[in-house]
Write a protein that binds this ligand. Sequence first.
Ligand SMILES: C[S@@+](CC[C@H](N)C(=O)[O-])C[C@H]1O[C@@H](n2cnc3c(N)ncnc32)[C@H](O)[C@@H]1O
Length: 264
Amino acid sequence: MKTKYGNWMPVEYGIAASALAGACLGADIVLRIKERGQDKTILSHCAHAALLTGAAVSAAGAAYCFTAHSKFSYNGDRQLARQVTEGLAQYIDLPNGGLALDVGCGSGALAIECAKRNPSATVLGVDTWGPQYLAYSKKVCERNAEAEGVTNVRFEKGNALHLEYPDETFDAVMSNYVYHNIPSDDRQAILRETLRVLKKGGTFAIHDLMSEKRYGDMELFAQLLRDEGYERVELIDTTDGMFMDRREAAMLMLKGSVLLTGTK
Ligand SMILES: C[S@@+](CC[C@H](N)C(=O)[O-])C[C@H]1O[C@@H](n2cnc3c(N)ncnc32)[C@H](O)[C@@H]1O
């Protein structure tokens, strides 16, 4: 059995953008045929401009989607998703019998990698598994764990906004590229909800697009955690060579990728 970790950029997005570009171009051609031999009105000039702009923007979108899909792919040359997953898992060392939480586990890649690295502990992956990522589901996660021969991982439905676990349940909490997907005007509150379920002394490794616009002042947030007694709190820019360089991050719209890590 083969793993199917899917892709952060579903191929359907590229196909939809290409179809839109084709539709705009097609409509422009049909309009030109209909107008043959007639004087063009201002309205018709505007219609052509709008259709050609639509075609160009959609084609650029499609090019981005296909490039990102290929770079993120688990089977491609770059394998960025695999590198990020394996890189983040290195931050999670669990005690014997320990329990870790992966918030927004998608197809289970990070939870499974952590479970592999910590065979005497258990990792729980939770996700809402909504329509945005059709290739991700609880079943896909379980199938991937089986394909990897990993038995110390389990998956259940769960929402990052309200985790259904008591305070201080987990020995480690982790998440990768999830919270920027959640419509919210307070993503620091989502981080707080994740940290709520972490035991005192437990480790956190949360990687996301943490631009100021999305998250507010993260330096201040990190300082508040330190002031509250959290230790080794770091904000690591992962576009500084750790997972990618700045040029690649900009090209893949991963600018602002930051790892928030430390101990509670
Ligand atoms: C870009 S994918 C990343 C998946 C996985 N963390 C990985 O690294 O492959 C974002 C994931 O966040 C999940 N997600 C979105 N909103 C969520 C929420 N409110 N609670 C939990 N998961 C959520 C999506 O279903 C999707 O699986």
